[in-house]
Design a protein around this ligand. Structure first.
Ligand SMILES: O=C(O)CCC(=O)C(=O)O
Ligand SMILES: [Fe+2]
Length: 320
């Protein structure tokens, strides 16, 4: 539990390569309820692959702004989010599945002015690793919710999920103005689950139920997983989609990779009765996934980043 003086949170770590025993499932369910965040280990992504992704990220983000804007918000490809959209210090490149190779290639052709198949091969490898992991994570999360829930609900409810990746570069401010600078403001994710790789710089924080910001320190050889809004709604609030943000505390570039695993746009999200549980009220009206995504985009303003302060509770909550 968080106490007043606490500044960071120790999250449980689960070995995702092994079946989880009963006590691990119960600690997973507790972590998802309290924080909506946990770590996984033995995820099968090598240090070498992260090194390659890091150098590719540097290569990309060091390109002149005019090159990056060729795949920016006003281009056909729209994979690049420039500074001053999410924050002055944040820029990102999106690579979408299921064909991560083709998506990466479309950006690489324009950005690097050539067919850089190394770039696309590496993103294909990372995208497919994340896809496999996301499927496995959804299964264990379902197991933690109830007996046999992975068999009952995985194929029918999560069988058409899709993923996309954001390669993120945080540039620190040039001068010291205040103690902490937000690299990415408070938000919840519009995913079922998100898998985050953060480098050793740290800076990711989760907001406790009491409203305190707690650091999630980087933990070597693990990946961070968080529950998103779609899963919070689908689980009738039993899984928590926590508000989180990134603060830039040090004068160093910060590199992260966020993989979002989402329901298909046309899916109607409605918690199954068994998940709601007898005697419990329904916390969300059924809604179409794509309508929520649109609501978030509109709420945050035309052309703005899709993540500012509006959540699924505002959209489909049955209580205020
Ligand atoms: O950069 C990070 O560590 C987290 C990014 C994040 O929360 C997001 O993109 O939704
Ligand atoms: Fe996030």
């Amino acid at each position: 539990m968080a106490t007043k003086s606490q500044t960071s949170i120790e999250l449980p770590i689960f070995d995702i390569s092994q079946p989880l025993d009963k006590s691990s499932l119960s600690s997973l369910s507790q972590a998802c309820k309290d924080w909506g965040f946990f770590h996984i280990t033995n995820h099968g992504v090598s240090k070498e692959l992260y090194k390659q992704l890091y150098s590719l990220s540097n290569l990309l983000f060091n390109l002149p702004m005019e090159s990056k804007l060729k795949v920016g918000p006003f281009s056909d490809i729209k994979s690049y989010t420039p500074h001053f959209i999410a924050s002055p210090f944040f820029e990102s490149l999106r690579v979408s599945g299921p064909d991560f190779f083709a998506s990466a290639q479309a950006s690489a052709m324009v950005l690097l002015n050539q067919q850089n198949s190394e770039f696309s091969e590496i993103l294909k490898e990372y995208g497919s690793k994340m896809t496999e992991l996301a499927k496995r994570i959804v299964q264990v999360v379902l197991m933690s919710l109830g007996e046999n829930f992975e068999h009952k609900f995985y194929d029918s409810e999560f069988g058409n999920c899709h993923g996309y990746l954001r390669i993120i570069n945080y540039t620190p401010p040039e001068s010291v103005t205040q103690e902490e600078v937000e690299g990415l403001g408070m938000h919840t994710d519009m995913s079922c689950i998100t898998i985050v790789y953060q480098d050793q710089i740290g800076g990711l924080q989760v907001r406790s139920k009491e409203g305190n910001w707690l650091d999630i320190n980087p933990c070597e050889e693990t990946l961070l997983v968080n529950i998103g809004d779609l899963m919070q709604a689908w689980s009738n609030g039993r899984l928590r989609s926590s508000e989180h943000r990134v603060v830039l505390k040090r004068f160093a570039n910060r590199f992260s990779l966020a993989f979002f695993w989402c329901f298909e746009d046309q899916k109607v999200i409605c918690a199954p009765d068994e998940v709601v549980g007898e005697g419990h009220l329904r916390a969300y009206k059924p809604f179409v996934c794509g309508d929520y995504v649109k609501f978030r985009e509109i709420s945050s303003g035309e052309g703005k980043f899709e993540k500012v302060g509006f959540t699924v509770k505002d959209f489909a909550g049955t209580t205020s």
